[in-house]
Ligand binder design. Structure first.
Ligand code: ADP
Ligand code: ZN
Length: 433
């Protein structure tokens, strides 16, 4: 099912024309109503008239998270405060929070985008969706909430936490879909399993998981554990929130709603566009945002774009899985390590759960690379040699894929702290010295 066929399936040439018109408009708006952007453009010697088509986007300045911090709280708003109807702030996984403001129209467009994602995942007005993303300043809860209401579905505004009650109400209310982080979904799946309520008594058939990187193996795991289809939903506070893009039934890339958010991929070092299809840093320009337009915002997310038409019929560009954030990449003894690589390997091995913690430190000027990982109850044993064999298996596997020998600590089932929001998978103690 398609929510907005005109926009989601538009001919690519037509889309570029629309993007060009909208880019001109947003650049005018930013230049005239945001002192921040006027200054940035003046520094580059660019005036709005220089931007005639979407191809001119590379003339525009980049925006980074630090710009939002430097202008805390309201310095980047481009409308008077009287036009702002809601504020959100980022969850601050990477430092001091940043603040964004939305006009009424911005909220409408955000709800439209989430509606596209829910519809692509088969949700209609007849379905109820349990929203277990945190409500509040974090965009996850209210963002998905508005999307469910916009399609006329029934929203169950659970927020995160209170895991036993989540399960009870999901069961009693017959929720058709669950929206939360993939790590919380895994925790909920375990809790369902331990509750003794048969899975068949739940009506859950879809999950909309995002707000943190996850892997194909994690998808398989969640689909098997909950008998659902697990869809990716992607977004970030600076651009609006969840629903900047989402997966369709093909589950083969995350469609980005490029009539509202224009994506580019650049080399994070040179900031030059990469060749089509190559991996680099994702950059967004908001094409319709009033409250806080963003020109060439550097997400730090590493991915690639797929421009071929999808089998679902949509032409909207697709994004490959986020490999991690360029600022999340660990460099351990000179080797680039992405937590997602570790997750993927752990999930390929049947003996382990997707609960893990990477601990990096520096001892005697050498980086240490420890991975704590939970063994599944059925593989847990008191016998030392069995555990040693398991340890060797995962050590060898990680060393062969990543090229670095990890110090594996196999820990007891259920001993790694469960996350209700974005999971913390890395502790890097090197930053402290
Ligand atoms: P913070 O920067 O504080 O984490 P946000 O809550 O706005 O703020 O998080 C946005 C970031 O979360 C994205 O830039 C991306 O790194 C990550 N993210 C969101 N959705 C997904 C997803 N579906 N897959 C991978 N990463 C995601
Ligand atoms: Zn598709």
């Amino acid at each position: 099912m398609i929510w907005n066929e005109t926009m989601e399936c538009m001919d690519r040439e037509e889309m570029r024309k629309l993007q060009s018109i909208r880019l001109r408009r947003v650049v005018e708006h930013a230049y005239h109503n945001s002192p921040f952007y006027r200054k940035k453009m003046q520094e580059l010697g660019v005036v709005p008239e220089d931007i005639q088509s979407i191809d001119d986007i590379t003339k525009l300045p980049f925006t980074v998270k630090q710009d939002l911090r430097d202008n805390y709280p309201f310095g980047l708003l481009a409308v008077p405060m009287s036009e702002i109807v809601r504020l959100h702030a980022s969850s601050g996984t990477t430092g001091k929070p940043i603040v964004v403001g939305y006009t009424r129209r911005d909220l409408g467009i955000w709800a439209e985008c989430v509606s596209r994602v829910l519809t692509a995942g088969g949700i209609t007005k007849n379905d109820s969706v349990q929203v277990s993303y945190g409500y509040g300043l974090f965009t996850g809860g209210l963002g998905v909430h508005d999307g469910v209401q916009n399609i006329g579905g029934t929203v169950i505004p659970m927020s995160s936490g209170n895991t036993q009650k989540q399960i009870q109400l999901m069961h009693d209310f017959g929720a058709k879909a669950l929206a939360c982080t993939p790590s919380y979904a895994l925790y909920l799946a375990e809790t369902i399993h331990n509750s003794g309520i048969p899975l068949e008594e739940f009506q859950l058939r879809a999950g909309f998981f995002g707000a943190e990187p996850w892997t194909e193996n994690m998808r398989k795991e969640l689909e098997e554990k909950m008998h659902i289809k697990a869809y990716d939903i992607y977004g970030l506070t600076e651009i609006s929130g969840p629903g900047v893009g989402g997966e369709c039934e093909c589950q083969n890339g995350t469609h980005l709603w490029e009539d509202h958010f224009f994506p580019e991929i650049v080399d994070p070092k040179t900031l030059q566009p990469v060749a089509p299809g190559e991996t680099g840093e994702l950059v967004f320009t908001t094409l319709t945002k009033e409250g806080m337009p963003m020109l060439r915002y550097r997400t730090r997310d590493l991915t690639h774009l797929i421009y071929e038409k999808c089998e679902c019929g949509r032409t909207a560009v697709r994004m490959g899985r986020i490999m991690g954030r360029s600022d999340d990449m660990l460099i351990i003894r000179g080797v680039n390590v992405f937590p997602s690589q570790v997750e993927s390997i752990i999930l390929e091995l049947p003996e382990f759960e997707a609960h893990y913690l990477i601990v990096v430190d520096r001892v005697n000027n050498t980086d240490t690379f420890q991975i704590q990982v939970e063994v599944r109850p059925e593989y847990y044993s008191d016998e030392m040699n069995k555990m040693l064999a398991l340890k060797k298996k995962i050590t060898d596997r990680i060393q062969s894929v990543i090229g670095l020998k990890p110090d594996i600590r196999i820990v007891e089932p259920r001993s790694i702290e469960r996350s209700m929001g974005k999971a913390k998978h890395v502790i890097d103690n090197r930053k402290l010295v």
